[in-house]
Write a protein that binds this ligand. Structure first.
Ligand SMILES: Nc1nc2c(ncn2[C@@H]2O[C@H](COP(=O)(O)OP(=O)(O)O)[C@@H](OP(=O)(O)OP(=O)(O)O)[C@H]2O)c(=O)[nH]1
Length: 239
């Protein structure tokens, strides 16, 4: 067949169009694909932190009536960050580990050795000094919040969001309605110190925290009902 008679210009034009289109699609898809599939090292860091926290908190339970395993809280805090749009692995890992130094035998040096300085640093920022009397410890959280890093502010906000949402479902055993109101009021002061946190995901988180802070009255009513069923123990023991 004599192909010399075929005009190749439309074909060349078509192929150039396909190439330009495919390149554009690839350039559009590539960042989305990267966002959808985090690097294996990030997944590994976050899951290792979850496993580490599960072992560290293995003997502890939440204080509410369900008495669920304590790890529910760190997992919940990390999940709230992810739902808000946080994808930074050290921040998610620190969320998983945020109560290990405060409430278990894990030391800052242990975390530094296992997870490195970034994760250990965020955890250190959100760790209360349990040697302080309770009132001083609570005041220190309010005082330190404004100067915390963005990552530490985000973990603190998710921590408060999880605990306050929990309180709306039912208070820790022995908490009176007044104690619930006090916890909401104190949390609002910590949250105010975190409002300078930067980033779209952090602002989404703040908006959810504000929604739950508005439910203080509802949580107090739930606590009143629970107190009628089982009388409150004022100043009840914390874990
Ligand atoms: N709402 C709720 N809180 C529970 C539950 N179980 C344990 N907690 C913990 O109780 C703390 C609040 O109790 P408080 O008596 O006010 O404080 P304390 O334990 O620090 O002395 C919260 O700590 P925090 O200092 O506010 O935060 P975190 O950094 O220790 O998590 C929260 O993590 C539960 O079932 N529901």
């Amino acid at each position: 067949m004599d192909t010399s008679a075929i005009d190749v210009r439309p074909t060349a034009f078509f192929m150039t169009g396909v190439a330009v289109g495919a390149t554009s699609l690839y350039l559009l898809w590539r960042p989305r694909a990267a966002a959808a599939a985090p690097p294996a090292a990030d997944v590994s860091l976050v899951l290792s932190a979850a496993a580490y926290a599960a072992i560290a908190h293995r003997a502890q339970k939440r204080k509410h009536a369900l008495q669920s395993p304590y790890i529910e809280h760190p997992l919940g805090v990390a999940a709230l960050l992810a739902e808000a749009g946080f994808t930074d692995a050290p921040t998610l890992a620190a969320a998983m580990l945020h109560d290990t130094v405060e409430d278990t035998a894990v030391s800052p040096a242990d975390l530094h050795a296992t997870f490195g300085p970034v994760v250990a640093g965020i955890v250190a920022e959100v760790t209360d000094d349990k040697a302080l009397p309770k009132a001083a410890r609570k005041a220190a959280q309010v005082a330190h919040a404004p100067t915390a890093s963005d990552a530490a502010k985000a973990v603190k906000l998710a921590d408060k969001l999880h605990n306050l949402t929990d309180l709306c479902g039912g208070p820790p055993v022995g908490w009176s309605a007044d104690r619930v109101r006090e916890y909401f009021a104190w949390s609002a002061r910590v949250v105010d110190g975190c409002r300078s946190v930067r980033g779209v995901a952090a602002q989404a988180l703040l908006s959810r925290v504000d929604d739950v802070l508005a439910r203080a009255g509802e949580a107090a009513v739930v606590a009143e009902a629970a107190a009628k069923a089982a009388p409150p123990v004022e100043g009840g023991a914390a874990p």
